[in-house]
Ligand binder design. Structure first.
Ligand code: CLF
Ligand code: SF4
Length: 406
């Protein structure tokens, strides 16, 4: 049973109510780079295939940066109603997701919060999300049968162990079902996304849909597989529109609402569905953004080094006045910029200072420092950034990354 206040929120949610999607906008905050599973259709270089269009890379924002960006977007898109966190990895595998939600709830209490997850970390965390104000939750479930799941999921990380095959799929599916049960018990409005993989799960999807309907899911969204280069499914066929329509029709006959207007958005999508305006809000136009030097190469292959002599790692994370960021390709340096972290001080408190430094670094793959406190370490770890504590020369750090020592 959906509560009256939720009925109003549904009527203003562009994904949950088809008639809302031409009037109301959503904004995705790409604060969650890490994932706790590996789907066979996902290439981590790109956005999450569950909620994005693969092949489109997205920036990763810190919680403070994300919150500031919401303010900038609201000024230009007043029809913004929903803030979604949908990647680029799994939101619940990233502590930054919770920090972001807390900030958005505090700073923009009128916006609706929406999260999309693979469900592995949902049991136990559903209540945490609910208490932070999340009422809309999507779980991507591709199978009920672990044998079928084993063909879709390459691995699952559980209790710091990497599991594969049927055992991995069995654990993931049981967590998804438990998470769904917890969300429904809390009164959340749950959408189930299903990736339709011809030859693998198509005939099985109605069984899955019947089950989630019985458990209280509000709607299902059947997404076509997009065969992404570099993934185990790169040579698989995507379903034809006719195949997908036929499956949607038969699932609709099971008595559950079927979403038919999904746009498979990017993890940083902004605007009305089907009219993405995220490029207008690239960080340079964001209200809070400083002008940052442009670095050749991908930040996800970069290392930020705390140094004051340009040759050695000789400064701590919180007390360095600058970082040198080296962009690497196959472990070789292709570009370098210096970032002044004194300039990034936005408040007098230690936490504000640390947060602003992290924002300035623009999510590199590694940070190398001579020392670091537990607060910045936890934040960097939550962003999937590997911390190297060393007093080695910069050349040695780059060599260590190239050789896989770090
Ligand atoms: Fe984003 Fe997803 Fe929330 Fe919508 S998207 S987290 S429920 S606010 Fe919407 Fe985009 Fe389809 Fe997702 S159109 S991919 S269903
Ligand atoms: Fe990729 Fe999303 Fe699957 Fe994680 S859950 S592997 S980010 S598609």
């Amino acid at each position: 049973m959906v509560e009256p206040e939720l009925i109003r929120l549904i009527s203003e949610h562009p994904c949950y109510d088809e008639s809302a999607h031409r009037k109301f906008a959503r904004m995705h905050l790409p604060v969650a780079p890490r994932c706790n599973i590996q789907c066979n259709y996902c290439n981590r270089k790109y956005d999450c295939s569950n909620e994005s269009r693969p092949g489109v890379t997205s920036e990763v924002l810190t919680p403070i940066e994300a919150s500031d960006k919401v303010g900038a977007v609201l000024e230009r898109i007043p029809e913004l109603k929903v803030i979604g966190i949908a990647g680029p990895g799994d939101p619940l595998a990233n502590e930054a997701t919770y920090e972001t939600i807390e900030l958005i709830s505090k700073n923009y209490p009128d916006l609706t919060l929406c999260v999309s997850t693979n469900g592995l970390a949902l049991p136990g965390n559903a209540k945490r999300l609910y208490d932070l104000g999340v009422r809309f939750l999507t779980i991507t479930m591709n199978a009920l049968d672990p044998e079928i799941g084993a063909r879709i999921y390459g691995s699952v990380i559980q209790d710091n162990k990497v599991l594969k095959g049927v055992d991995a799929a069995r654990i993931l599916i049981s967590k998804q079902l438990k998470g769904l049960e917890e969300c429904v018990d809390l009164g959340m409005v749950v959408k189930i996304n299903v990736v339709m993989v011809p030859g693998v799960n198509v005939d099985h999807i109605p069984t899955l849909v019947r089950k989630v309907k019985e458990m209280g899911a509000y709607t299902v969204n059947i997404l076509p597989l997009i065969p992404v280069e570099g993934t185990p499914f790169e040579d698989y066929d995507a379903p034809t529109p006719e195949m997908r329509k036929s499956l949607m029709d038969s699932c609709g006959e099971l008595g559950i609402k079927v979403m038919r207007h999904c746009k498979q958005c990017r993890a940083d999508a902004i605007g009305l569905l089907g009219n993405d305006r995220s490029s207008e809000f690239a960080c340079g136009s964001c209200r809070s953004a400083e002008v940052r030097p442009i670095l050749l190469g991908d930040m996800r292959d970069a290392v930020a080094i705390a140094t004051d002599d340009g040759a050695n790692v000789n400064r701590g994370f919180g007390n360095t006045s600058s970082f040198s960021i080296f962009s690497l390709s196959d472990g070789h340096m292709i570009d370098k910029v210096d970032v002044d972290t004194n300039r990034s001080v936005v408040g007098t408190g230690h936490k504000e200072h640390i947060n602003s430094i992290i924002t300035s670094l623009r999510s590199p793959k590694y940070v190398a420092v001579s020392e670091i406190g537990s607060y910045p370490f936890k934040l960097l770890d939550g962003l999937g950034i590997k911390v190297i504590v060393t007093d080695a020369t910069i050349d040695k750090v780059i060599e260590g990354i190239r050789s896989g020592r770090f």
